[in-house]
Design a protein around this ligand. Sequence first.
Ligand SMILES: Cc1ncc(COP(=O)(O)O)c(C=O)c1O
Length: 330
Amino acid sequence: MIAKQDTVSRSRSCGILGAIGNTPLVKMERLFASVPMEFYAKLEFFNPGGSAKDRPATAMIEAALKTGKLHKGDTVVESSSGNMGIGLAQACRYYGLEFICVVDPHAQKQNLAIIRAHGGKIMMVEEAEDGDFLSARLSAVNRLVKQNRSYYWPNQYANLNNPRSHYKGTIREIDREMNGELDVLFVATSSTGTARGCRDFLREKNRHTKIVAVDAEGSILFGGKRGERKIPGLGAGVVSDLARGQQFDTVERVTDTDCVRGCRKIARLEAVLVGGSSGGIVEAVDRRRSELKGKTCAAIFHDSGQRYLDTVFNDEWVKSELGVKNPETL
Ligand SMILES: Cc1ncc(COP(=O)(O)O)c(C=O)c1O
């Protein structure tokens, strides 16, 4: 369980980091128009770095500065498929820290350009390890930290400030707006920081809310079978310390093509561009529609579709990478 706090805390961070949080919760009226239910989306791309990861990134850096693990001028190293890298690059630049981001070839080029623009350095891992890039990225981080004893690794996959940031922010904001009256919350998973923080808050407040963890086909979280995944951000090829033993009311698995279909549906019906994991959530909700009649549901949309213009929203990519013959029909 994470420490208690009873009021909605506005971030105490300074400057641009003070603008993290209090993102809009938007009622989507058209996505599931044929189902008598309410569906709200927490639009995390309104955070200044463009994703939910601004919250744990800033929380981890501020905690390390506060406890003396980090000092101005030090170097931070982290493995990230993009969003955490951007959040950390932003926080490191703000606090005068160097940043090295370990990424793999699946990272979106645009994300890497943003990290560089924030002064971060990119280290590209070219080969997968045991069939998975996350293992390879983590090995590279370990090597760097061993070789350079002054480097600091926040380790989003074990750091409790990751779920704590969602406990203190994301879910508290949703709960306040919904007056504690939420039946089902859909959350995409990778480190499980978001889902853990939300679950801990809701259980502590004795809310009746059921949590559906939306994971990727091919992710080995929750006993899943390892397989190829092309959509960044969703799922994991390693069960991290943070994810080990975590349980949610339901786990729903989605394919890469489900993610694309969901993203295009939201764009078409709601005029909102969201990233791949949010598209996956929409398909997961759709699958469970018969159980959701009369319910009030919410979902956390981690990032924006603007970062997926060359993939999810590109018909050629969808054809060649996902083998979909007629992407325009999705
Ligand atoms: C786009 C996107 N969706 C979902 C997630 C999953 O969040 P968490 O790591 O908190 O489980 C991530 C994490 O990187 C992400 O980038």
